[in-house]
Design a protein around this ligand. Structure first.
Ligand code: HEM
Length: 362
């Protein structure tokens, strides 16, 4: 019988100088963010600045989950309203032709239970990216990226596209030679595929009630499954992904499996190193809910303004049952409010955390 690691606070092992590392990262991100805001004369997110679709939907917790999966938000079968924002990773408005990582942020409204931090909210956010691991998997490694982060705003879309191309050539050569890909090559070599066919991952671990898990979202319905691996048309322009999302949801609905991969071996499935892929042979991704997104207008002006300027998503908008774990997650407790406060202040927009799906404009 599989034995699932039980959550205990001492599974987390902070670095002795962690606060200083976080301070450095947040400061570097803030600098980059000010350059970008100056370029656009508008405050944007420090990361995942560009949205491609903003949707209302439902999270349908599956009935009859076995005890190890019936935890936290997923303890009882229930249907929760959600707001979903699709995005690209850079903290700038890049052309959709630049093959960077893509994200989905899911805000579950009305999540019952004690909070991870005392924020008075009822939301549970899941922030997922279309890659299973974070190459720089702890905050000390991540801090080494600072230089790159500060330089990125000064690189043109063409430079980024060329870097991606060079990384893909290098990745092919290394794979042919049977050599592992260095983390930077792996990140930069992403191909440019239809965003709705992607599988998205939490990369880092979170508490899963009595246990510990990584969360992912994978295409479930045939219409989105058919989009997996479909290249983005090179002639489709700078907003190709928004156009694809809007076209799709004008006539179609989409279902994604929300899956939990529970930790069964703390050494081979570490909490403090998000660069380690948790082996599926040790623990499968098990479906715990279905994310249902009906047909709708996925990108009205009012929605874009609300999602980009008013809302904030954060892994720390969380139930205690889904407390984010590990140094990468802990650093995000400071990084997200810093980014969110900056853009709200600059744009003179009041932040709002929704308690009702009706707050999302049509
Ligand atoms: C496990 C790794 C990570 C994942 C999966 C992830 C994912 C995401 C996603 C999907 C968004 C977009 C949210 C939205 O649509 O509003 C986002 C935003 C952001 N991320 Fe991350 N991220 C990760 C790590 C980090 C780290 C280590 C930092 C910095 C220390 C960071 C800083 C930010 C910031 C500042 C924002 C914008 C927040 C705002 O202004 O509302 N992320 N991230």
């Amino acid at each position: 019988m599989t034995s699932y690691i039980r959550y205990r606070p001492d599974l987390e092992q902070p670095f002795p100088n962690e606060q200083e590392l976080v301070r450095q990262v947040v400061e570097a991100m803030g600098k980059a963010n000010r350059q970008v805001a100056d370029k656009h004369r508008h405050g944007l997110r420090d990361a995942h600045a560009k949205s491609h679709g903003v949707l209302a939907g439902e999270l349908r917790v599956q009935p009859n989950l076995p005890a190890h999966l019936a935890q936290g938000l997923f303890a009882e079968p229930a249907v929760y309203p959600v707001i979903v924002r699709f995005s690209s990773a850079p903290g700038d408005l890049r052309s959709d032709q630049v093959p960077v990582q893509r994200g989905i942020a899911i805000k579950v409204i009305g999540a019952p239970g004690p909070r991870a931090v005392d924020d008075g909210f009822t939301t549970q956010d899941f922030l997922l990216v279309n890659h299973p691991t974070l190459p720089f998997g702890n905050i000390a490694e991540y801090a080494k990226l600072q230089d790159l982060l500060e330089k990125q705003p000064r690189q043109s879309d063409q430079q980024l596209q060329l870097t991606g191309l060079a990384a893909r050539v290098a990745a092919k050569a290394l794979t042919r030679a049977g050599r592992p890909l260095p983390p930077a090559v792996e990140t930069l070599a992403a191909a440019n595929h239809h965003i709705l066919g992607e599988t998205f991952h939490s990369m880092a671990a979170l508490r899963y009630g009595d246990h510990v898990a990584k969360i992912s979202a994978a295409p479930r319905s045939a219409d989105v499954k058919a989009l997996t691996g479909r290249p983005v048309d090179r002639k489709a322009g700078e907003s190709a992904l928004r156009d694809l999302v809007v076209d799709f949801f004008a006539h179609n609905s989409a279902d994604y499996d929300i899956r939990a991969q529970l930790c069964t071996d703390i050494d081979r499935m570490p909490v403090e190193d998000a660069s380690v892929l948790w082996p599926e042979e040790l623990s499968a991704h098990e479906v715990v809910a279905v994310l249902h997104l009906p047909a709708q207008n996925a990108y009205s002006d009012a929605r874009r303004r609300y999602a980009d300027d008013v809302l904030s998503f954060s892994p720390w908008h969380a139930l205690e049952a889904h407390r984010p774990l590990g140094s990468i997650m802990r650093s995000r407790r400071t990084a997200y409010p810093a980014s969110s406060d900056f853009r709200h202040r600059l744009n003179d927009v009041e932040p709002q955390e929704p308690s009702d799906i009706k707050e999302l404009p049509a």
